[in-house]
Structure formats: C-alpha cells, structure tokens
Design a protein around this ligand. Structure first.
Ligand SMILES: Cc1cc2nc3c(=O)[nH]c(=O)nc-3n(C[C@H](O)[C@H](O)[C@H](O)COP(=O)(O)OP(=O)(O)OC[C@H]3O[C@@H](n4cnc5c(N)ncnc54)[C@H](O)[C@@H]3O)c2cc1C
Length: 450
C-alpha cells in the first residue's frame, strides 16, 4: 500500500492529508508514538481496515495529524480452551481470526460482509454487530478484556478475560464504540463459541415487513436461541445482485416485494432444524411462499446464499449513485416506519429506488436509496441533505437511531448535534475531556462542536 491508500477511504467519500502514517509493530511502539504526539501537541487518527466509511479513520486536511494503522499488530497471542477465549492483537483482520480459531476447533461468531478487510480493533472501536447478533450480541458482548494506549501514552491493560469482575467501573466499555476518540485499542480478549454442528438456511418471500416481524416473533417463541440470523432483504436489493453478479444464485421471481433470510444453528444434536423451520414457517407465510422459498441443502449452498446477501452493497455501488442510512429501530416500529417514510421519499424525489436490507432480527437496517433509473447523478445527489433529514427525522420519531452500524465518524457529527439531548452530549464531552484533555485522539470525530 502506498501512503495515499491510508489517506482516502475505499469508497472515496472522505480523504485527508497527514504528517506521517505509522505502522507500529507492538503496543510499546504505539505508546511511544502517542507519547511523542502528546508531548508535541499532534493529533493521532487510529486506523484499522477503513471499512467504517464514515470518515472516522481519516485525518483532516491540515497535514498535521498522524495516521496510526495497526495492521502490523496481527498476532493471535493466546487461545484458552478452558475459558473459551482468544487473546488477539488489534490489527488482526476479522477473517484471519475466524480462520485461526477454526483451525483449533473453535468459532468466533462476529461475522460481517467486510470480514476480509476490517480489523478487530476497528470492530471494537465501532462496536460491530453483523449477522449473528441475535444469538451472540454485538462485539461488546463478545469482549472480555482490552489493552488500550491512552491519550498520554500510558498503557491500560486488562487482559485477564474474566467473565465476571465487579471491582469498580467496567472501563473497557468506554473504549468499545468510542471510534478511537478515547484510546487506541491494541489487544483484546474475545469470547469464542463452539462451532455449530447443525445449521439451516432459508430465503423466504414475504408480502410485507409486518409479516416479517410477525414471523420473527413466532420463530423466536418456537426456536429461541437457535435463530442465529434473521435478515430482511427487499426484492429490489436481490434484483441488483442478480443484475450485477450473474454468477451468484438468482432468486425466483414471486412478485413479493420482500424476503427474509433465516439461519438456524445448533451446537449439539437434536431434531432436524430445516424441518423445525418449515413447521414454524408454514402457518405464517402460507404454502405458496414456502414453495417459493430457497433452502440451502449443504454448506456450499449456504455459503452461496450468504454470498448473495453480502453482495448487496457492491451490487448497489455498481448500480450507480446512492444515499445510505444505517439505522436501527425497535422491531415493532419497523413496519410503521417503512410504510410512512417510503411515500414521503417518493414525493421528495420521484423515482428514487429504496434498497433496503439488513439485520431485522436486531432492528438494524441499511435504508439505502438508489438514484432513479436512468436519472442524472448530480441531480439525485443534490437531494442528499433533504433525504437524509427526512429519513433520520422519521427514524428518531419512531424511537430509533441514526447510527447503528458504521458509527458516527465525521459523517454524522451533525446528526449528533441535532438528535442527541443536551445531557447525553454533556456526559460524552466530560468523558472525552477526562480521558483526552488535550484532544490528541481522533479530534473532529463523533462529538459535534460545542
Ligand atoms: C461491506 C460492509 C459490510 C459491513 N457490515 C457490517 C455489519 O453487518 N455490522 C456492523 O456493525 N458493521 C458493518 N460494517 C461496518 C463496520 O463498522 C466495519 O466493517 C468495521 O467494524 C470497522 O473496522 P475497520 O477495521 O475497518 O475500522 P476503520 O474503518 O479503519 O475505523 C473505524 C473507526 O474505528 C477507529 N479505530 C480503528 N481501529 C482502532 C483501534 N485499534 N483503536 C481505536 N480506534 C480504532 C477509527 O479511528 C475509526 O474511527 C460493514 C462495512 C462494510 C464495508
């Protein structure tokens, strides 16, 4: 990689200039860089795999900041088979960690479409979620310990990996989801899980979002923890994959505007999961939808179905300009929100093509908008501010969040100012001042100007 690769996000929306890009190889080297920066009043931008895409890992344009990428710190430090944990350096890529623990007979449940690029430190800094949140939680729930270089260059380390420790404040929680504004994560202890022994994966067409939410309730009641993924996919988003990735399996056309991708997993032996899934589906979705469902028969077909799901962001990019929102809502508000906001969007930007998909099970959706077919890109993008305002206003009115997945970075600082209440912002600013009084770590990110 050349220096410029660290200064421009892969999708090009954010870029910056830097005094230096440093690639430390150890916690001691990270600490030395931060001590130097602290002593000289230089700001540091921690950087992982640059998949956050909110400008969080980009320096500003002054050329005075240091970018600190952790990619050289990629070692697995220990795997504890008794506690079921792995201790890993923060620059390890997520897929590399998944493969390393799988080789030892374990499974790391965090799974994102960006697994080949993102780093564990970045996952923790953004509290990443992904496909398996329903059963295993966000990475916050998978984290048992952290090592962090603080803004003055000291190292805070708690890598004991205890399940329970009530001796004072749980400090690691401050750094998880802080997007590098409170400390630089250099290592972590993460909880592993036994590899699922049995899985079932089905893609089912549905008439509306309310049915999807209802179906989730039935599945949850009948199969509980066995439901490991429940993804809502608009038929439009699947059509984009078919158009731009013809080698991936095409979903048969049913005329229904929505699908759900349901994954069940079980670690021990038990009744056939695919049969249990069909039993719950039949009364809710009806025989016709069940007939049109695509069920993976083996591991290879499961991977192919997941590949379709994971190809949606790239398919949308190939389709042309888009305006993206990553939102979360209480599950019960999903259908009313979507029913309310779609006509408002059409009224504001006739022909706009919503590309909606995501982790319905945990209330987290990509509510993306593609430009009208054959439309003029600059004309569409001129609507960006108005459409973002419309979507986020309605999300917040329905009790949701405007930043569920990619974090705030630079992109959503304005939304923080607009939607966060004064007490919340005051508390966040006090925490920032307490841990980083000289604004050495990732200034200009997350928190809006006072
Ligand atoms: C195709 C795609 C699919 C995705 N799917 C999901 C999904 O399903 N669920 C989900 O939650 N997210 C998803 N994401 C976004 C997700 O936030 C990122 O993939 C990932 O968690 C960020 O890791 P990264 O290493 O790329 O961090 P970067 O993008 O490099 O950085 C993100 C932020 O973390 C900070 N940071 C990075 N490393 C450290 C560190 N060691 N210490 C302190 N701060 C640090 C940076 O300063 C920046 O503010 C997806 C992204 C893409 C592109």
């Amino acid at each position: 990689m050349g220096q410029s690769d660290y200064l421009r996000e892969p999708r090009g929306r954010f870029s910056g200039a830097a005094r230096a890009v440093v690639l430390p190889g150890s916690t001691a080297e990270v600490a030395a860089v931060v001590q130097y920066a602290h002593a000289h009043g230089i700001a540091i931008v921690p950087q992982g795999g640059q998949t956050g895409l909110c400008g969080g890992a980009m320096p500003d344009q002054t050329g005075r900041q240091i970018v600190l990428n952790l990619k050289r710190m990629r070692r697995i430090l220990a795997l504890d088979p008794v506690d079921g944990t792995v201790t890993v350096q923060a620059g390890c890529r997520l897929s590399a960690l998944q493969q390393a623990v799988a080789a030892r007979g374990w499974w790391f449940p965090l799974s994102l479409a960006s697994s080949d690029d993102c780093q564990i430190g970045g996952n923790l800094a953004t509290n990443a979620g992904g496909h398996n949140v329903l059963r295993y939680g966000n990475v916050r729930e998978l984290c048992r310990g952290l090592e962090v270089v603080l803004a003055d260059g000291r190292v805070w380390s708690d890598l004991k990996g205890l399940t329970k420790d009530n001796s004072g404040y749980d400090l690691k929680q401050l750094f998880i989801g802080a997007e590098g504004t409170l400390g630089i994560i250099t290592a972590a202890v993460l909880r592993l899980a036994p590899r699922p022994a049995q899985q079932a994966l089905t893609l089912v067409p549905l008439p509306d979002v309310a049915t999807a939410v209802q179906l989730f309730g039935h599945l949850n009641a009948a199969l509980g923890e066995a439901v490991t993924a429940f993804e809502l996919l608009s038929t439009f988003s699947l059509d984009l994959v078919t158009r731009h990735f013809p080698d991936l399996p095409a979903f048969p056309r049913t005329g229904r505007p929505w699908c759900v991708l349901i994954e069940l997993s079980r670690t021990g032996a038990g009744a056939d999961l695919a049969a249990a899934l069909a039993d719950v589906l039949a009364p809710v979705v009806g025989a016709e939808a069940l007939h049109a469902a695509v069920t993976a028969a083996d591991r290879r077909q499961m991977d192919r179905l997941w590949a379709v799901r994971n190809a949606i962001p790239d398919a949308q990019r190939r389709e042309g300009p888009s305006i993206k929102h990553d939102i979360s809502l209480p599950r019960g508000r999903m259908a009313p929100f979507i029913a309310e906001v779609l006509p408002l969007l059409q009224a504001r930007c006739p022909g706009v093509r919503p590309c909606i998909f995501g982790h319905l099970g945990d209330g987290n959706l990509h509510f993306n908008l593609s430009a009208p077919s054959g439309g003029d890109a600059p004309a569409f993008l001129a609507h960006r501010e108005a459409l973002e305002r419309l979507v986020h206003d309605r999300v917040v009115a329905h009790g949701g969040s405007f930043a569920a997945e990619h974090g705030v970075g630079q992109l959503k600082r304005g939304e923080m100012a607009r939607y966060k209440d004064a007490v919340t912002l005051d508390l966040m600013r006090r925490i920032k001042r307490a841990l980083d009084p000289d604004a050495v770590l990732n200034p200009g990110k997350v928190l809006p100007e006072p």
